[in-house]
Design a protein around this ligand. Structure first.
Ligand code: IMP
Ligand code: MG
Length: 185
């Protein structure tokens, strides 16, 4: 079995509706990387991926940059395995690098309620970076109430549960190359 057969199985199951194809995701990430490279020309930003959901996005994003960068990761959880946020953010893994005086870009998979963004914004500001911006591949505008601007947004999507390209349902489906709306849970 190869990826193609897994993809066909997913698409024929009737449980998932294709929202964003691999090609669409790839194209948009190239655009975002070009924009970020222009904005940070001559600087060396630190990209902080928010695990687990952003692992594919950050990997693809930094490989399209034309500038140098550092990479580190936070791991937080607000969902557990549930489909709605527990309302509380827990730090599961801290970064190793020092952010004081650095240009920081937080890389999120999706902004849903905006709770994680609020938490990270506060936490990182206390570390006194030179600048702080947020990038998110997806944002559910109908839900999202982040307390700050999301500076780089891949796609605005409807208020539905999505899986694939890093996003999970009970820890699986992260390895799908496209993003799907999950109809049946
Ligand atoms: P927020 O704190 O409510 O903005 O969302 C935080 C996290 O919940 C995101 O970074 C995702 O990891 C997860 N999440 C939110 N919506 C979805 C979804 O539709 N599918 C999978 N994970 C999601
Ligand atoms: Mg996440």
């Amino acid at each position: 079995m190869n990826y193609q057969s897994k993809k066909e199985e997913i698409e024929k199951s009737g449980k998932y509706r294709l929202l964003l194809s691999e090609e669409k995701i790839r194209k948009r990430i190239k655009e975002l990387a070009a924009e970020i490279s222009d904005d940070y020309r001559g600087r060396r930003p630190v990209f902080i991926g928010v695990l687990n959901g952003s692992f594919l996005f950050i990997a693809d994003l930094v490989r399209e940059l034309s500038i140098d960068c550092e990479v580190d990761f936070f791991k937080i959880s607000s969902y557990g395995d549930a489909m709605v946020s527990s309302g509380k953010v827990k730090l599961k893994k801290d970064i190793d690098c020092h952010l004081e005086g650095k240009d920081v870009i937080v890389v999120e998979d999706i902004v849903d309620s905006g709770l994680s963004v609020c938490y990270l914004d506060e936490k990182i500001k206390a570390m006194q970076p030179n600048s702080l911006r947020f990038a998110s591949l997806l944002i559910k505008w109908a839900n999202a109430k982040p307390n700050r601007k999301i500076d780089y947004v891949g796609f605005s999507i409807p208020k539905e549960f999505v899986v694939g390209y890093g996003l999970d349902r009970e820890q699986i489906l992260r390895n799908l190359k496209s993003i799907y709306i999950m109809d049946e849970c």
